[in-house]
Design a protein around this ligand. Structure first.
Ligand code: ATP
Length: 147
C-alpha cells in the first residue's frame, strides 16, 4: 500500500468568559466535521492554498475558515500529534501541529462548509465531546502550557 505523509496545522483556541475572569474560566473552540462527523479542533493541510505557507499561517487560516473566528497564537511551540487512516489504496500518515491561540473576534457560526457546527464550550465539555484520543491528549498538553 502506498504511504502518503501529510502535514496539517490548527488551533486550540480559548476565549476568556469575561474580561476579568480568572485563568481557569476559559471556553474552547470545537467543531464538528461535515464528512466524518467527528468533533475536532479546527485544522487543515499546510500549503492548501499557497505552497510556501508557514505552519503558523495555515493554523490561523484554518481557525478562521473552519472555526469562523480570528485568533492569535499565544505560545510559539505547537503540540504535535499523529494518526493514520486508509484512503482508497493509500495509507495516509498525518502529523498535526496544534497551536494554543486566544480568540480575538468573530462568531463560530460563520464557520465554512467543512464543518457542520463550531462552538465555544467549557473544559469538561471539550473532554466529553472530542471524538479522537489524539485530540484529547493534545488538549491535556495545551492545558499545561505556561502562557
Ligand atoms: P485536514 O483537516 O487535515 O485537511 P480532513 O478534513 O481531510 O483533514 P481528517 O479530519 O484527517 O480529514 O479525517 C480523515 C480520516 O481520519 C477520517 O476517517 C477521520 O475519521 C479520521 N480522523 C480524523 N481525526 C483523527 C484523529 N485525531 N485520530 C484518528 N483518526 C482521525
Amino acid at each position: 500500500m502506498k504511504v502518503v505523509n501529510q502535514l496539517s496545522a490548527g488551533g486550540i483556541v480559548y476565549k476568556k468568559k469575561r474580561k476579568s475572569s480568572p485563568e481557569n474560566e476559559k471556553l474552547w473552540l470545537i467543531c464538528q466535521h461535515s464528512q466524518h462527523k467527528g468533533w475536532v479542533f479546527p485544522k487543515g493541510l499546510v500549503g492548501d492554498h499557497n505552497l510556501n505557507e508557514a505552519v503558523e499561517q495555515a493554523a490561523l487560516r484554518e481557525v478562521q475558515e473552519e472555526g469562523g473566528v480570528e485568533a492569535k497564537i499565544v505560545h510559539p511551540q505547537p503540540i504535535i500529534t499523529n494518526y493514520q487512516f486508509k484512503w482508497k489504496d493509500q495509507l495516509i500518515k498525518k502529523t498535526v501541529h496544534y497551536f494554543l491561540m486566544e480568540y480575538i473576534s468573530g462568531d463560530p457560526k460563520d464557520h465554512d462548509w467543512e464543518m457542520t457546527d463550531a462552538k465555544f464550550v467549557n473544559e469538561d465539555q471539550v473532554r466529553k465531546t472530542l471524538s479522537y484520543e489524539s485530540d484529547r491528549e493534545a488538549f491535556g498538553k495545551v492545558l499545561e502550557l505556561k502562557i
